[in-house]
Write a protein that binds this ligand. Sequence first.
Ligand SMILES: Cc1ncc(COP(=O)(O)O)c(C=O)c1O
Length: 408
Amino acid sequence: MDKIGNIDIKELANEFGTPLYAYDKFKIIDNYNKIFEAFRKYFTKFRIHYSIKSNSNLHILKLFRELGSGVDCSSPFELLLALKAGFECPDIIYTGNYESIEDLRLACNYNVKINLDDTTSYKRLKQVCTPKFVSFRVNPGIGKGGFEGITTGGADAKFGVPYELLQQAYLTALKDGVGSFGIHIMTGSNILEPMYFAEVAMKLFQIVGKIFLELKIQPEYIDIGGGFGIPYADDEKELDIELTAKLLSEVYFEQCEKYHLGTPELKLEPGRYLIGNAGYLITKVNGVKNGYKKFVGIDAGMNVLLRPALYGAHHKVLVYGKTELTNLVQICGQICENSDVLWKNVPFPAVSEGDICIITDVGAYGFAMASNYNGRPLPAEVLVDNGKVKLIRKRQTFEDYCRLMEND
Ligand SMILES: Cc1ncc(COP(=O)(O)O)c(C=O)c1O
């Protein structure tokens, strides 16, 4: 692989240094259009809320705003960033986890709709405002993700209200005078099977259908979260997003009618699907070690891309100008942790110091999880638009790194 968005990768490395995150604007737009068109075909009332946590660069947020997307935030900074990017309060939803009183106060102050993580969150919310609208995130007791670390429903998941408590939760809100409602579910991330989303929706209706019918609640929206997957490995198939929308719509309309739920808006909170495959991490080989095994040490370790070390996630690593696979190597970063390995026993071209490697599909949960561990600076980010490059985040300097520690 030699080019991103019609720009030579070596030129990017020379001009901006490595490690460098590069995003292909065309792919982001294409991803958004794909999911938007797929759902538009089957739903008239729906909204995409880009999940900021997947990639919170301000320029990326502005691009999603221009495309017509809303956003989903999970923290006060994400909410403030959304406002800074020009999103209006109705475009923003807030789905947190163990929300503090301060978190809830900020969301309330901006009149942002909140998907509450628990009944105790509702109690905290009442300490900062008189809620007019309430939506709970339900844990349906089952979940599925690409792997355990990204499974967000089920008995072991820390998210959402256990479904057995949901009726009481909405009843309490009704008795408190709350007049409008929503419901949220998200059971896992990086799902590649279209049927899964319809199955989760069915599970949701089985839980809330009777509750809403009994309480005479017609929800303003039904939010099925994110979770739309992308293939990371060669043997994985792309998610058929149109089939996903079609299967979901069949369940959605049938069940809304069955339980007299009216015509609630469908909300989606995709992150990975919108930005994952548009991101590349450009990195340089620092050293090749013939130890007990062969190690290729690059300048992007777990400090720059945490997913492999955090939960064994897989990303392809390509070499600029070289395709012939000659060795079995371990690709690792510079961090003083033996878990700082991107890929083990992988067939790889013969590389030497200074070679440029490209790690693919890092647009989501890439920079967003980067840290200063081992005193390494946060990398730069560029947005590439068919032959034009824009620096959208400068590389962190030593002065930036020290600034918050200086107090005299
Ligand atoms: C509440 C919520 N919404 C949306 C997302 C985005 O998920 P994905 O990137 O799988 O689309 C997440 C991810 O963890 C989430 O927790």
